[in-house]
Design a protein around this ligand. Sequence first.
Ligand SMILES: C[S@@+](CC[C@H](N)C(=O)[O-])C[C@H]1O[C@@H](n2cnc3c(N)ncnc32)[C@H](O)[C@@H]1O
Length: 289
Amino acid sequence: MVVHGGNRGHVSSAAAPVRDGDSSGDAEYLLGSSRAERERLLAQCALLRPASATLLDGIPLPSNAKVLDLGCGPLGILDLLSERVGPTGEVTGLDTDHRMIGWARESVTELALGNVEVRHGALPPTTAAEALYDLAHCRLLLINTTHPRRILDSMAAAVRTGGWVAVQELDWATWQCDPPHPAWSRLKDLLAQVFGGDVHIGARLPGLVREAGLTDVRTSAHTYYWQPGDRYQTLLLSFAGLFRDRLLRHTPLTSQELDSLISTLRDHLGRPHTTVRESLLVQVRARKP
Ligand SMILES: C[S@@+](CC[C@H](N)C(=O)[O-])C[C@H]1O[C@@H](n2cnc3c(N)ncnc32)[C@H](O)[C@@H]1O
């Protein structure tokens, strides 16, 4: 495991079961597609770039590789994939959100990624799949859906025999503040209930890719530490704002209780020695036999 920064943290709570919804439609991305979410995701791309590059280092690709970034958002790892496959390769970015696709196109133009094509849509179901790709990758997609198994099955079906599936997802278990605070634990537990996907899915990735029929599974993980002034020190508070309506609708919290939790936690996170240890970024790569 690679740990960035110093300091320490505390491991928390038991994981929720992986859900796989019955609905055939794609669940809405609950964090939305505002300008602020675009900016948050692009900053996160920069943060996760070295870890994602390390993941790709372990995946040998042919010189004219065809690769996919599923749920690419405004950039995902399209830039990294573009470098890896070079001018004779092809990179496809797919996303079910029209605004994200517009922003991904902006990124492709700004970065002059000549070998990248971005398309709106999801992967076809396994029954209609064509095994086109040498690598199908997704990052922070499964944590936001209620049907991770179906998506992994489609990714496995979309790669050729001997090709690769690579997945990067978070596990909120390591997301803690030190010193601990009851307002952190309460807000985090309530947010986990309304987040829309399994916030501990990172822990289950090796098993899930095996269930999708993939072999040669390799797993690694990265985490990060924050202190007051770092943008991710207060990410839990940002999520509390984004999910305010859902928290009030789907949990016993009243509006005053939520405001009081947020303000208590803001004070605690702003104290000079409060450290936040980020969720664990779990990376899995596996092959199609
Ligand atoms: C948290 S963002 C991650 C974006 C990008 N992968 C990254 O790491 O920066 C999740 C993205 O997945 C997209 N998405 C959700 N469900 C999807 C699906 N079934 N197929 C393709 N994209 C999907 C959302 O629209 C959103 O842009």
